[in-house]
Design a protein around this ligand. Structure first.
Ligand code: NAP
Ligand code: MG
Length: 499
């Protein structure tokens, strides 16, 4: 069985880590069914960090059985809400204790900066776990009045064994968004991290055990999508599957669910989010937010504000301010001082993004800023802005999932709303204006699960997040996410036994 030992000696963090990286089933680490391993690559160098045990489809079956046993004996209806809350809170505290270590692992494995991991990923992951600790003993149905001879009420019962498949862009954070509501409601879990970034999920296994969760409540399987992911989505004893990733894979998961046991599926998929800047916006602020919108997490965010619509009266001035802000972004070693942007996550993503940049050039768009690789080693790409784009161009239509934004000039409100909504996606949208009526009217007309006014990329554990159209099904976070993990049962009591 594999383990990972590493000695961090970086400007941002020094310290040793040492933890098992096996397949985590029923509270124990073990070798995967085929005794094979998966290479974990450092995106800063392109070199191997370590190898971790590879889970197989046979391991999925074993994990589901362990999860079912835990559900039937120690979790589900056998653990009170207060108990579930206590363990979730304890897990949050343990994550606090290991915060810097988790940040270092995320920076090493994913390439995001240590500071970013600290302020965003890990901090928000801890908040999310603690937030759902608060819900665990507040999951309740309703008494519904029918007639005087009856008592009718609903129960929100945990679904049972659930599957969760998470991506590589926010590894620990996406794990926390999924674990929180599932554990709070009493479900047991088989979770597959992305094999590109498995280290924080594997570190969490020991913390989950230390927090006192009974064996089998959480099972973590690092494996490939076409094996483990596919086995999970077609499994007859997994009753719900939550997925974050590409629309392509989301589609496959729905298909597998339909062909197997009709498990419920929630999907958090891609986006091509519009960011609309009106003439009367605070120019400096809008330029800063627009850069934050698209270059946040190296552009590897489903809600990235990748289509920036700017009204004609402010266009030139905005573009100058936005370009200046973009040029000031420091790209480099994620552990380095004052670095804003590390490498993209993988060779595959690097190639994809460079391919999109080429397609933009070929289709006649202008590279206004950036457009090139940075350095020789690792997967670094310059923050890039395209101008002179037209609506049919690939870079305007498809999700690039990298630090590449397109700037589009518009004249009137009606026209920009039409263009903003002209996409298969509907995850998020933003509008910048100082006119409150225009702000609200525009926000309400945009087809998106989230609308930001004079800000972008604001996410909170309490606030639901998810997509319209092909950006997904269902909502994560907030009270809304609890619905994903409960079945509603209506109980009818006939008080006097009379027909
Ligand atoms: P992806 O293929 O959708 O991967 C997401 C997760 O799904 C991974 O754990 C993946 O495992 C798994 N998976 C793949 N095939 C599967 C299958 N048949 N059944 C079940 N699970 C399966 O995403 P990607 O290839 O890493 O990235 C490609 C694009 O997806 C990005 O460029 C971006 O546009 C989008 N994306 C969106 C988000 C988001 O937050 N919404 C996150 C990541 C990526 P494997 O890694 O083994 O394939
Ligand atoms: Mg990696």
């Amino acid at each position: 069985m594999t383990t990972f030992s590493y000695d961090f000696k970086t400007p941002a963090y020094t310290g040793k880590v040492d933890f098992p990286t096996g397949v985590f089933i029923d509270g124990e680490f073990k070798e995967g069914g085929d005794k094979t391993t998966i290479d974990v690559i450092n995106p800063t160098t392109g070199k191997l960090i370590t190898t971790v045990s590879e889970a197989t489809t046979a391991d999925v079956d074993i994990a589901v059985k362990a999860a079912q046993k835990a559900f039937d004996t120690t979790w589900g209806l056998n653990a009170s809400g207060a108990r579930r809350a206590e363990l979730l809170w304890k897990l949050g505290l343990l994550m606090d204790d290991h915060m810097e270590e988790l940040c270092a692992l995320e920076a090493l494995d994913n390439g995001k900066t240590f500071g970013w991991a600290k302020n965003v990923d890990v901090a928000f992951a801890i908040q999310s776990i603690k937030y759902y600790a608060g819900w665990a003993d507040k999951i309740q149905g309703k008494v519904i009045e029918t007639d005087e001879s009856k008592l009718t009420y609903t129960r929100h019962e945990p679904i049972g064994v659930v599957g969760q498949i998470i991506p590589w862009n926010f590894p620990l954070l996406m794990m926390a968004w999924k674990l929180g509501p599932a554990l709070a409601t009493g479900c047991t879990i088989v979770l597959k991290p992305s094999e590109f970034t498995p280290l924080t999920a594997l570190r969490m296994c020991s913390l989950i055990r230390e927090a006192g969760f009974p064996p089998g409540v959480v099972n973590i399987l690092v494996g490939y999508g076409h094996t483990v992911g596919a086995a999970m989505s077609s499994h007859m004893d997994i009753h719900k599957l939550a997925f974050t990733g590409s629309t392509l894979v989301g589609r496959k998961i729905m298909e597998s669910a339909a062909k197997s046991n009709l498990k419920t599926v929630t999907l958090e998929l891609g986006g091509k989010s519009p960011n609309i800047i009106f003439d009367d916006a605070d120019l400096e602020q809008a330029a800063n937010w627009a850069a934050h919108g698209i270059f946040w997490n190296h552009g590897q965010a489903c809600c990235a504000g990748s289509r920036i619509f700017v009204q004609s009266g402010i266009y030139d001035k905005f573009l100058a301010a936005f370009a200046e802000k973009t040029r000031s972004i420091k790209v480099g070693d994620p552990f380095g001082d004052d670095v804003d942007q590390g490498p993209q996550v993988s060779q595959q993503q690097f190639d994809r993004i460079m391919g999109y940049i080429d397609s933009g050039k070929q289709e006649g768009a202008t590279v206004h800023v950036g457009g090139k690789r940075v350095g020789e080693a690792g997967y670094f790409i310059e923050p890039t802005i395209f101008t002179d784009v037209t609506p049919e161009m690939t870079i305007v239509r498809e999700e690039i999932f990298g630090p590449v934004g397109v700037v589009i000039k518009f004249t009137d409100e009606e026209d920009v709303i039409r263009q903003a909504n002209d996409t298969v996606y509907g995850l998020a949208a933003a509008v910048f204006t100082q006119d409150i009526n225009r702000a609200l009217e525009t926000a309400h007309k945009l087809q998106a699960g989230t609308a930001w006014i004079n800000c972008v990329n604001q996410l909170h554990a309490q606030v639901p997040f998810g997509g319209f159209k092909q950006s997904g099904i269902g909502r994560e976070l907030g009270e809304y996410a609890l619905e994903n993990y409960t079945n509603i049962k209506a109980v009818h009591v006939n008080l006097r036994h009379r027909m």
